[in-house]
Design a protein around this ligand. Structure first.
Ligand SMILES: Nc1ncnc2c1ncn2[C@@H]1O[C@H](COP(=O)(O)OP(=O)(O)O[C@H]2O[C@H](CO)[C@@H](O)[C@H](O)[C@H]2O)[C@@H](O)[C@H]1O
Length: 782
C-alpha cells in the first residue's frame, strides 16, 4: 500500500465523509467521472480522493484494447510449407515431393530446436532444483528456531542463513580486500573525492558486496529463473520434469519420445555441464552494466509493510544484487530491528526551520545493504506509518528524502561509501518523489552528483502528496521550483502536488505493469496527472512486479509448517494443498469439507480493491455451496461489513479484520480461489502469490491483473484463472459462476489451471533485468 492510508487507519472513511473544504472536478470524459480532493483536508493529504460512482468504466471497456496494445499475442512464426514454397519458386521446379521433403526437413529442424530448448530447460530446472534443495536444507535448520509468531521476521532469519553471509561475513569480505575506508564513524561531512569515485573494474566485476560463494549461488539461480520459462507458459513448453506426471504437456508424442530418450542420453553430459558451471567463476549477469543502486522507500518488508510497496522494496533489491549490482535499500527505522546495527553515523538536516538529527543503522542481507534512518519523528509509528496530520507526514518525507539523497556520501557499507559516480536512485511513489527533485535542485543543478540518476516508480498514482500551494515552504526549495509542484484541477484549482514534481524531475519513470502504464495516460486512470505522464511518456515503462520466491513459495513458506498446514510443491499439489485447505477451515472454524470451494480475499478494505462488489455479490455467493474468507483492514464501514457477513452467514463466511501476514499466507495456500475485483490495480501481488500456490485467481482484468491473469480457455486448456471486464457485481457473479462450475465439474481442467499457474516464472529476476535496462538508459541520458 502506497499512501497515507495505512491499513490500520480509517482514512478512506474521511475521504468520503470529510467536512473540510473539498474541491472536485468532473471529468469531461463521457466514460465516467472522478473527484479530486484539493488536499486541504489534512487526513486526506496524499491521495486525490474518493472515486465516485463507477470509477473506471472506460478502463473496463478498454482492457482488451490494452492487451492488444501491450500484446500477449506472440508473433506468429512463418510456417514451414510457405517457406519451402518460396524456396522452390526461386529455385528449380516446384516439385511436390521435394516440397514435402523440404517441409519434413524444416519440421524436423523445428522439432530439434524445440528439443534443444527443452533440454536446456531440463538442465536449468535440475540446477534450480538442486539449489532449491540446498536452500531448503538451510531453511529447515532455521525453522527449528523459528517461533511461528506473526510478528517475527522469518524471512530475515532465513535470508541470512541462505545467504550464508552476515554483516560480519560482509565485513570480512571487504577487509580481505584491504579497503582503506573502513571506519564508519566520523566520515567527513562533505563528499570526498575518494568516496565519490567509482569502483575499480575488479571491485565491480566481482560483485563487491558478495562473497565469492554467494555470487555463484545467486547468479546461478537467477539465471535459471530467467531462462527457464516465459511468463505465460503454454502447454507445449512445459518443463520436462512434468512430462511423466502430467498430461498438460507436449501434445506431440513423437517429440515427447524424442525428448525422453534424449533426456536419458544427455544426463551425463548435463552433469558435466553443471559441474563445469560450478567451478567456473561466473561474471555478474549485469556484465558491464553493473551499477550502484539505492532504492528508497517509505516501507520495506519484512520490517515495515502496509501493502505491496513494502514487498517490492524488500525483494526487488535482492534480485538486482543477484545480477551483480551493488544495492542498498534506504527506509525509515520505525522500530527496533534486531538485524540492523547502529553504524555511528550522525547527520543533521533542516525541516521546517528545525535541525533534526538522523542516525543510521545498517544490515547486510542477501547481498543488499539495508540502511535504516533513525529519526525521532519516525519512531513508534510502525503500526501507523502514514498516520498523523498532513503537515507531519510531509515533514517526515521531506526529511527522509533530504537525508536519503546524501546516503551515498555518508553511509559506509562494509567500510566503503557508494559514492555518486555510477549511481542510480530508485524512488517509490509520492512519499519519496521529492528525492529526484532534491537530487536535481540541490546537486545536479550545481554541477554536483553529475553522474547520479533517479528513477521514480509509480505503485499507485491515486496517492499523490497533495496539499495547498502554501505547502511549498516545507520542501525547502528555490522559488523557481514552485511551478513543478503546482497542478491545476479544472474545479479544484491550483494545488501543490509532490508526485507531479517528482515525475518531471526523475530521469526515468517506471510503473508496475504494462496495463497500468497505459491506464495512467487516460483521464480516468491518471488521477489528474495523466497530462504530465503523457508529456513524459518517452521516459515511462511498465514492468510487472515479481514474487519473492523465498517468502512466497508453498515449498518454503514458514507459515505452513504448523497447525496442520504443510509445505507443498507442484509434485505434491494434490495432497499438500488439500491439507492446507483443511487446516485453514479448521483454523477458521468452518466445516472441514474437501469438496466445497473455498474462496479467499486479501487486501485493503477500500474502494480500490472492490470490496463493495463482493458485498453486492454476497447474497448470491451464500446461496451457493461455497466458503468465503476475507482478510483486510481499512475503511471502518467495510470492516464492519466483514464482521456482519461473518455473523450473518457463520457457517460459510469468515471476515478477518486485521493485518496478519501469517493469515495472508495461509489463505493463499488453503483457498481454492482468490477473488480480486479491484477497480484499479497497478500490478497486484496477491494474484501472483495465488498462482504460485496453485490458487486460482478470479480478477477484474484491469492494470496488472489484466497483464498477469490469462483467462482460462476450456477448448485449448490454457490460461491461469478467470477475468471479468467491468467492475460490476453481476460480472463478478457470472465469472465466479463459471469458475465454480469448472471447479465442480471439470477436475482435470482445474488441476491444469493450478499447475500452469504454479509453473510460471514469477520471480523477480525477470523484472530485475528489465529494471536494469531502465537504469542503464538513465545512466546514459543527459
Ligand atoms: N490484512 C492484511 N494482512 C496481511 N497482509 C495483507 C493484508 N492486506 C494486504 N496484505 C498484503 O499486502 C500486500 C498487498 O499488495 P498489493 O500489491 O495487492 O496491493 P497494494 O495496493 O498495497 O500495493 C500497491 O503497490 C503494489 C506494488 O507495486 C502493486 O502491486 C499494487 O497494485 C498497488 O496498489 C500483499 O502482500 C498482501 O498479502
Amino acid at each position: 500500500m502506497t499512501s497515507f492510508l495505512s491499513l490500520s487507519l480509517p482514512v478512506e472513511t474521511t475521504m468520503e465523509n470529510s467536512i473540510l473544504p473539498r474541491l472536485r472536478f468532473v471529468s469531461s470524459s463521457p466514460r465516467g467521472r472522478y473527484s479530486l480532493n484539493s488536499g486541504l483536508n489534512n487526513s486526506k493529504f496524499g491521495f486525490p480522493n474518493a472515486v465516485e460512482g463507477e470509477a473506471f468504466p472506460g478502463l473496463a471497456c478498454n482492457w482488451k484494447k490494452m492487451l492488444n496494445v501491450y500484446g500477449r499475442a506472440k508473433p506468429r512464426r512463418s510456417n514451414c510449407t510457405r517457406a519451402v514454397g518460396k524456396d522452390s519458386v526461386e529455385g528449380k521446379d516446384s516439385d511436390d515431393s521435394v516440397d514435402t521433403l523440404q517441409a519434413t526437413i524444416e519440421k524436423s529442424k523445428k522439432v530439434l530446436a524445440m528439443q534443444k530448448d527443452l533440454l536446456q530447460q531440463i538442465a536449468e530446472r535440475r540446477k534450480l532444483v538442486s539449489s532449491i534443495k540446498n536452500i531448503k536444507l538451510n531453511i529447515e535448520e532455521d525453522l527449528d528456531s523459528y517461533n511461528g509468531t506473526d510478528n517475527s521476521f522469518p524471512v530475515q532469519d532465513l535470508a541470512s542463513t541462505v545467504a550464508g553471509s552476515t554483516n560480519g561475513k560482509y565485513a570480512n569480505d571487504i577487509h580481505s580486500k584491504s579497503y582503506t575506508q573502513a571506519t564508519a564513524v566520523g566520515m567527513s561531512e562533505t563528499p570526498d573525492v575518494d568516496i565519490n569515485g567509482s569502483f575499480s573494474e575488479e571491485e565491480q566485476g566481482n560483485g563487491r558486496n558478495l562473497s565469492p560463494e554467494k555470487v555463484s549461488l545467486d547468479i546461478d539461480s537467477s539465471k535459471e529463473f530467467k531462462e527457464t520459462s516465459s511468463t505465460t507458459v503454454q502447454s507445449d513448453t512445459v518443463p520436462s520434469f512434468l512430462l511423466k506426471t502430467s498430461k498438460y504437456d507436449l501434445k506431440d508424442e513423437s517429440t515427447e519420445e524424442l525428448v525422453e530418450s534424449s533426456l536419458e542420453d544427455d544426463v551425463s553430459s548435463e552433469a558435466n555441464l553443471v559441474s563445469e558451471d560450478e567451478t567456473v567463476k561466473t561474471p555478474p549477469l549485469a556484465g558491464a552494466n553493473v551499477m550502484n543502486i539505492i532504492l528508497v522507500a517509505a516501507e520495506c518488508a519484512p520490517w515495515s509493510k502496509t501493502g505491496g510497496l513494502g514487498d517490492v522494496a524488500g525483494a526487488l533489491p535482492k534480485a538486482l544484487a543477484r545480477r551483480g549490482h551493488r544495492v542498498m535499500v534506504v527506509a525509515p527505522r520505525y522500530g527496533n530491528y534486531a538485524e540492523a546495527q547502529d553504524i555511528g553515523v550522525r547527520k543533521r538536516y533542516k525541516v521546517d526551520g528545525q535541525d533534526v538529527e538522523v542516525n543510521f543503522f545498517q544490515a547486510y542481507i542477501d547481498g543488499v545493504d539495508f540502511v535504516f534512518m533513525d529519526i525521532p519523528m519516525f519512531r513508534n509509528i510502525e503500526n501507523n506509518i502514514y498516520g498523523g496530520s498532513r503537515e507531519d507526514i510531509l515533514k517526515r518525507m521531506v526529511l527522509f528524502c533530504k537525508a536519503a539523497v546524501e546516503v551515498p556520501w555518508h553511509v559506509p557499507c562494509g567500510g566503503v561509501c557508494y559514492g555518486d559516480g555510477n549511481l542510480v536512485f530508485i524512488a517509490n511513489d509520492w512519499h519519496t518523489a521529492l528525492l529526484p527533485v532534491y537530487l536535481k535542485a540541490y546537486y545536479r543543478d550545481h554541477g554536483v552528483m553529475k553522474y547520479t540518476r533517479s528513477i521514480l516508480v509509480i505503485h499507485n498514482i491515486a496517492h499523490q502528496g497533495r496539499g495547498p500551494v502554501d505547502d511549498f515552504h516545507y520542501v525547502d526549495l528555490p522559488e523557481d521550483y514552485l511551478d513543478h509542484f503546482k497542478l491545476y484541477d479544472p474545479i479544484g484549482g491550483e494545488h501543490f502536488n509532490i508526485f507531479a514534481a517528482g515525475l518531471k524531475a526523475a530521469d526515468r519513470v517506471v510503473t508496475v505493469s504494462h496495463g497500468y502504464s497505459w491506464e495512467l495516460k487516460t483521464s480516468e486512470g491518471g488521477w489528474g496527472l495523466h497530462q504530465i505522464i503523457n508529456e513524459n511518456d518517452w521516459k515511462l515503462r511498465g514492468i510487472v512486479n515479481g514474487i519473492d520466491m523465498k517468502e512466497w513459495s508453498p515449498l518454503f513458506d514458514v507459515h505452513l509448517t504448523s497447525d496442520g498446514y504443510t509445505n507443498y510443491s507442484l509434485e505434491t499439489l494434490q495432497t499438500g494443498k488439500p491439507q492446507c485447505k483443511a487446516a485453514l477451515q479448521k483454523e477458521l472454524g468452518l466445516p472441514v469439507r474437501e469438496n466445497v470451494p473455498l474462496i479467499g480475499f486479501i487486501g485493503r478494505l477500500d474502494h480500490q480493491k472492490g470490496v463493495d462488489l463482493i458485498a453486492e455479490a454476497i447474497p448470491w455467493m451464500v446461496g451457493q455451496d461455497v466458503q468465503l474468507v476475507m482478510l483486510g483492514t481499512g475503511r471502518p464501514d467495510l470492516e464492519q461489513m466483514l464482521r456482519q457477513f461473518e455473523s450473518q452467514h457463520h457457517d460459510k463466511v469468515r471476515g478477518w479484520v486485521g493485518f496478519s501476514v501469517k493469515t495472508a499466507h495461509r489463505i493463499t495456500a488453503g483457498a481454492d480461489i482468490l477473488l480480486m475485483p479491484s477497480r484499479f490495480e497497478p500490478c497486484g501481488l496477491n494474484q501472483l502469490y495465488a498462482m504460485n500456490y496453485g490458487t486460482v485467481p478470479v480478477v477484474h482484468a484491469v492494470g496488472g491483473l489484466g497483464d498477469t491473469v490469462q483467462q482460462f480457455d476450456p477448448f485449448n486448456e490454457t490460461g491461469f484463472g478467470w477475468t471479468f471486464d467491468r467492475a460490476e457485481a453481476h460480472k463478478l457473479i457470472h465469472t465466479l459462476g463459471n469458475c465454480l462450475l469448472t471447479y465442480r465439474e471439470y477436475k482435470k481442467s482445474w488441476e491444469g489451471i493450478q499447475r500452469r499457474g504454479m509453473m510460471q516464472d514469477l520471480s523477480w529476476d525477470n523484472a530485475a533485468q528489465k529494471y536494469e535496462e531502465v537504469l542503464v538508459a538513465a545512466k546514459y541520458q543527459w
